[in-house]
Design a protein around this ligand. Structure first.
Ligand code: ZN
Length: 216
């Protein structure tokens, strides 16, 4: 297992992801807005770090970027009340929830799980993480993603349907959260296809955190 860059005491554990957590993104894919968080997981084998490359899989012809705020858990917990959830956060970073959209659409049509569409090798690039500070405000973070220098996604966490503390509390009713677990908190609108040779640059709060990934 890999240590978490920026928070080296943490070994990366489970990778939880939230779908449809921004209204405009849910709508751009023709989905309804959920009344409780939609949860899926990615395998550890999908992780790559800053400066590494996404390998486009032969099984897909349409791979999309989804830039997301990622939370790192720092403390073990189960049934965490929302008002205590912040105490369980070690830090935060950026991630790209890489998605084989054509495989996901087929899975949706067949009512199959999303594990294949979301879980190929290299489909979970993550940045270096920042430790949480007393003034860290998860409800007003700018996140953006550019491909070859052109902005494709530009959002703010203020538009999350379920805020970070709600997600932690909700997940902990199902899963015991452990130090090193990651939560991909959902993507704003603007998801679009990537192709071989593309250079992706994601930024949080205009450069507080950056993530640069190439597409092979
Ligand atoms: Zn996503």
């Amino acid at each position: 297992m890999k240590n978490l860059s920026g928070l080296p005491k943490l070994t990366i554990g489970s990778i939880f992801c939230i779908g449809r957590n921004y209204q405009k993104h849910a709508r751009e894919l023709g989905n309804s807005v959920p009344d409780e968080p939609m949860v899926f997981l990615k395998p550890a084998s999908s992780l790559i770090g800053d400066g590494e490359s996404i390998q486009l899989p032969a099984q897909s012809n349409e791979v999309h970027h989804e830039v997301e705020l990622v939370i790192a858990i720092g403390k073990k917990g189960k049934n965490i009340p929302e008002q205590d959830a912040r105490d369980y956060i070690a830090g935060y970073g950026l991630g790209i929830d890489v998605t084989a959209r054509d495989i996901q659409q087929k899975a949706k049509d067949r009512r199959h799980p999303w594990s294949m569409a979301k879980g190929f090798d290299t489909f979970a690039p993550i940045s270096t993480f920042m430790p949480i500070q007393p003034n860290t405000d998860f409800s007003s973070m700018d996140i953006s993603l550019a491909v070859n220098g052109t902005i494709r996604q530009q959002g703010n966490t203020v538009n999350m349907i379920f805020p970070v503390t709600t997600l932690i509390s909700y997940l902990s009713t199902i899963f015991t959260l452990n130090p090193g677990d990651l939560i991909f908190t959902g993507t704003p609108e603007g998801v679009s296809p990537i192709k071989s040779g593309d250079s992706i640059c994601a930024t949080l709060n205009n450069g507080e955190i950056t993530l640069t990934i190439l597409v092979k």
